[in-house]
Write a protein that binds this ligand. Structure first.
Ligand SMILES: [Zn+2]
Length: 105
């Protein structure tokens, strides 16, 4: 099931993310090979699903890691994992992603 839109999907259509514990606490990591140990969460490699999951704090819940801080930029590689259809070459920041990130304090 996709964490973002909560629809069921095949593994082939989803990407896996896991928690890695770094110096500054738990962080999200993209398991591109889908072989990393531990609890994983799945979502569509789409900006809408990523931002929906981030906004709902779905990662912390799904990964059982309450202190997990998910930065959407940690997940941008999710969106570029798929090299199949590269029709959209609009750059690192899609138009819909820019809006909320502008308000950095
Ligand atoms: Zn989705």
């Amino acid at each position: 099931m996709c964490l973002g839109c909560r629809q069921r999907a095949g593994i082939a259509d989803l990407v896996r993310v896991v928690v890695v514990t770094g110096a500054s606490g738990p962080r999200i990591a993209v398991d591109t090979a889908k072989t990393m140990p531990g609890r994983g969460a799945w979502l569509h490699p789409m900006a809408d699903c990523v931002s929906a999951a981030v906004r709902r704090h779905a990662f912390a819940r799904a990964l059982r890691s309450p202190g997990l801080v998910v930065d959407q930029s940690d997940l941008k590689e999710v969106l570029y994992t798929r090299s199949g259809d590269s029709t959209d070459e609009s750059g690192p920041n899609g138009p819909e992603q820019v809006a909320e990130d502008m308000s950095t304090p």
